[in-house]
Design a protein around this ligand. Structure first.
Ligand SMILES: *[C@@H]1O[C@H](CO)[C@@H](O)[C@H](O)[C@H]1NC(C)=O
Length: 398
């Protein structure tokens, strides 16, 4: 930080007429670290709440103890070829390393958080062991039954791996340089090619997960060009994934796809249900669980962008996220709803994905989200989803 500000001063001194940009938030030239979903300030804040034995953080930390994969006794199960198959096919029996990879990534993240909050290096050492075991083994992701699976799996796993790795790398956890380089290598060579452009023909939660991973990888690799390209693409994704009446009578067409360029195709993508209402996502009328995945990844991208100096919460995309969270919170339990909403029936339930958005829109910006408040407080501590989301009351409650 010191070096950056003195460089900036030098630059200003050399160009006396240079005015600071006033039109938008200042754009940092360097990346903030730790800067993937959880900042140092957020780690410190939770740590202070835990020291004061305050809830909901205390109960959220205790919930870690209920699961074996948050403990130093957890051992990694790396494979060279991760194979994820469609559950409805015979190939499903031949899955390999698929759940294991996601769970090991969640284990590394849980242990990294424990380390950050307690300073106990037993946790850091185990998190590092798990990451190193995978980066020393993993070569590829494949599927013979579901072409989108390798990218989706990479999206989920790399989103979580990078969250863990970012904390370990920037908190004096004793992660050696060679291992960091090797981990950076699998991010660039194994994961990034499958996620960097998002999904061409699944502009739903699959796209959200891939773009979250790509954004995180850009931060970890400190690749500004990649970061900017991913954010540009992510904004198109978010704009078309969440509908507001201010979009017009029809959701935004996902222009980067090949399959969804006409209104008829987009209508089919939105479950052929013409009831476009404020805050509806592309997947709300499919079921609340898939909508939760999309909203979770989008919330994660908002947080990482905020830490990296871009406040999306106060933009039009922020209005979309806020409206979507409040609308979904109202119907969190699913089941029968008013007939204008998805024909009067919502499948499954909303997962506890609203902590980060609630902390920012309400805690920081002082907006009112009564339904989200009730949902967030009623679902604490937020449970992990076993794919890519975990411990968000612990990390983000405000
Ligand atoms: C660190 O954590 C380990 C594993 O939970 C525990 O056995 C050990 O007593 C802890 N060390 C300290 C200093 O608290």
């Amino acid at each position: 930080m010191k070096m950056v500000s003195s460089l900036l001063l030098l630059h200003l001194a050399a160009s006396p007429t240079l005015a600071l940009p006033s039109t938008s938030a200042p754009r940092q030239n360097t990346f903030q670290h730790p800067g993937i979903f959880v900042s140092q300030a957020q780690l410190d804040s939770t740590k202070a709440h835990l020291a004061a034995k305050a809830n909901p953080w205390r109960a959220a930390y205790s919930a870690l103890d209920d699961l074996p994969w948050t403990k130093p006794s957890w051992g990694p199960s790396p494979v060279a070829t991760v194979r994820c198959e469609d559950p409805g096919t015979p190939e499903h029996d031949q899955e390999q390393g698929c759940e294991e990879e996601r769970l090991d990534a969640l284990a590394a993240y849980s242990l990294a958080l424990r380390w950050a909050y307690t300073g106990n290096d037993t946790y850091a050492a185990k998190a590092i062991t798990i990451i190193d075991a995978w980066s020393g083994t993993l070569k590829e992701h494949v599927s013979s039954s579901a072409p989108e699976q390798p990218g989706l799996q990479s999206g989920w796993a790399a989103s979580t791996w990078t969250r863990a790795a970012e904390i370990l790398r920037y908190t004096d956890a004793n992660w050696d340089t060679g291992s960091i380089t090797r981990f950076s290598g699998i991010l660039r060579d194994v994961y990034l090619p499958l996620v960097r452009d998002g999904s061409a023909d699944n502009p739903n939660n699959i796209d959200s997960a891939m773009l979250e991973a790509a954004q995180n990888i850009a931060v970890f690799l400190e690749d500004r060009t990649l970061y900017d390209a991913v954010m540009e693409r992510a904004k198109l994704h978010i704009a078309s994934y969440i509908y507001l009446k201010s979009d017009g009578s029809f959701p935004k067409i996902p222009e980067w796809t090949t399959k969804y360029l006409t209104e008829a195709r987009v209508r089919a993508l939105w479950q052929s249900d013409g009831s476009f209402f404020d805050g509806r996502t592309m997947e709300t009328c499919r079921d609340l669980e898939h909508a939760s995945y999309g909203l979770a990844s989008i919330s994660h991208m908002f947080e990482t962008a905020r830490i990296q100096g871009e406040d999306l919460y106060t933009t039009g995309l922020g209005s979309k996220l806020q409206t979507a969270l409040e609308m979904h919170a109202q119907y969190a339990a699913g089941g029968p709803v008013s007939s204008e909403v998805c024909g009067g029936q919502l499948k499954y339930e909303l997962l506890p994905v609203a902590e980060p958005g609630y902390a920012q829109f309400v805690g920081r910006l002082g907006r009112s989200m009564p339904k989200t408040k009730a949902f967030v407080e009623g679902s604490r501590p937020a449970k992990p989803n076993y794919l890519f989301t975990a411990w968000e009351t612990l990390t983000h409650a405000s």
